[in-house]
Design a protein around this ligand. Sequence first.
Ligand code: PMP
Length: 380
Amino acid sequence: MIYFDNAGSTIVDNDVLNLFVEDTNKFIANPSALHGLGMKENYDIINFKRELLTSLKLSPSTHDVIFTSGATEANNLAILGFARKNKNKGKHLITSKIEHPSVLNVFKELEKEGFSVTYLDVKENGTIDINEFKKALNEETILVSTMYINNECGCILNIEEIRAAIKESGNKKVVLHSDLASSFGKYRIDFNLFDLFTISAYKLHGIKGIGALIKRKNVELESLVYGGGQEDNLRSGTLSYSLIHSAVYAFIKGNKDVENKSKYIQELHDYALSKLNEIEGIKIHNNFNRKTPYIINFSTLNKEASIVVEALSNKEIYVSSKSSCSSKLKTISYVIYEVTKNEEEALNSIRISFSKYNKIEEIDEFINALKEILASIKGK
Ligand code: PMP
């Protein structure tokens, strides 16, 4: 098997899994319980949060960690929770057109609640036009949410410029949220850029079902879940000691030595790119100002990507595509459309995404299979 869908989900590291299993057997109490066992778990969880924040060069005195079920819930809590809590300060919000649905669909929901939302274009070079952004910012703006690395095309947005423009505007009400689900551990990021940010454990060799929203303490949110008041009343529900511990371990490990890990991925990326460049009939989406080596996205030009992806899958080579074989479900990648403005390319885009577990030989095998498949299927 060749697994090139690491932007979709990564293999759980053995040490992360072992920690989870050991803890599950050992820590049996409810961390909210008032007896010794529960209190010990609660105390540890507070310390795990501190360790995580410190490892991100953030201070536990200025930041909070709220554990969630993953990035979707963290994005919902950040955007819905902030907008609802702060609607008396202004009702205008800004995002980009290439956000994940767990961001875009939340903004759609807020429009129904009377907020106005600016959805900024992303240019071919993978950046937001900073002048368009400055024009969009106004007295009513309270929240900006843009991701760092895009999960489909791998472009790196110019969020540093966005932060600077917010500062320059003098509007102190505006908070900046970033969905870092596909960015965390993949690039050296200054987490102080954000007022709120989202991470998810399974994107970097952790276990599925846990993520976190990290926020400055002075950013107020309205809870989306009502119950026993856990997580400072922002996310009720019994905390899972073992999931939290394993996630914090994965986050800290994943965010260490980012540059060196990227070097190996860059080698895989550059090799794959050189081989893909030799194949006729594909277009690589690579003209970005900044880009992660973890992702390569290309379009098949007169062959259906869904057929190519299925044929690769039949050979146990797993890559990702937004389009489906069923003509009824023909959906284009709105991200690739945004950066190419080409419907055919957006319909026929394929993403390969790497992790530390991939090997150069796998790229050779993938390229040979891809060439064979492209030669065997009829053009449109
Ligand atoms: N944001 C981005 C950028 C993602 O790639 C994903 C997962 N595909 C999500 C959010 C949703 O994450 P989760 O599955 O943890 O809810």
